[in-house]
Ligand binder design. Sequence first.
Ligand SMILES: N=CN[C@@H](CCC(=O)O)C(=O)O
Ligand SMILES: [Mn+2]
Ligand SMILES: [Mn+2]
Length: 313
Amino acid sequence: MYYPADMSNWTGRVDAEEGALARRWHERVLPWRAEEVPLGTVLLGFACDAGVQRNQGRPGAKAGPMALRKALASLAWHQKRPVYDAGDVVCEGDELEGAQAELGRQVAGLLNAGHLPLVMGGGHEIAYGSFLGLARHAELHSKPPRIGVINLDAHFDLRASILPSSGTPFRQIAEACNENGWPFRYCVFGISEPANTEALFHRARELGVLWRLDDECGIDQLEALRDTVTLFADEVDWLYLTICLDVLPGAVAPGVSAPAPRGIDLAVVEALIDSVRSSGKLKLADIAELNPAFDQDQRTAKVAARLLWRLAR
Ligand SMILES: N=CN[C@@H](CCC(=O)O)C(=O)O
Ligand SMILES: [Mn+2]
Ligand SMILES: [Mn+2]
């Protein structure tokens, strides 16, 4: 079910005495309307727990979009383009497939209008819904654009289970690409070897996935990581960036279903985001797995907001 934005969620600190240059997000974010508006970044929530529940995880990600808005609200406004709030796609109970289809419709609408959608999860099942939107948008083009998926994640999320979940989205995307006769181009940074079975590494190899382990994503390896993004981006027309917050160390992002004992540095995650943006091919991004029920001092919500802020810069 889709719900338009409730702008009463956007409240926060006001520095009235500082004038027009002291604005914060809650004073600048606009409600998104389907009519023509200046091109910008559009926030869309995907309030969904069903994928994590089905994947034997810790529920709570359904409250992620609201926690993320709250953390964004008081951030300083430095953005060059307008930011809109397009509201939420809400998954009722276990209606995951319906919610992903609705997310696909909403994302396609935003892409068709020329905006950059930033989707806020929700579990990582968000990725299949986001991709459905991109695929729908691609249908408008006579020559199908080559799509590259970059995932910042401790997990491959390539599980074989028939029932879609937060553990299956990239296998589903691989199948969708196959059905459309499109190549499957998937690159993951931050894979934790102890958190992915051999079966998943085998599937990744079979599917031609490019990955870097968490211990290959140190700040001292940044140059090589940037080159990896550039080479991957050179081979595609569009990039879809998806960020699973458990790519960060558990101490930095405790509010997720499966916190990472190691994770990769926030500085590396930010540098990878910057590399993706500077390719000029970023069409769509999402941030997954924010689970406020397990957050501490809003730490995870705040780090997620910082990443989103950077994507919207
Ligand atoms: N989206 C998360 N996926 C992970 C979760 C792992 C866990 O719960 O420990 C996965 O399925 O591998
Ligand atoms: Mn993960
Ligand atoms: Mn994931």
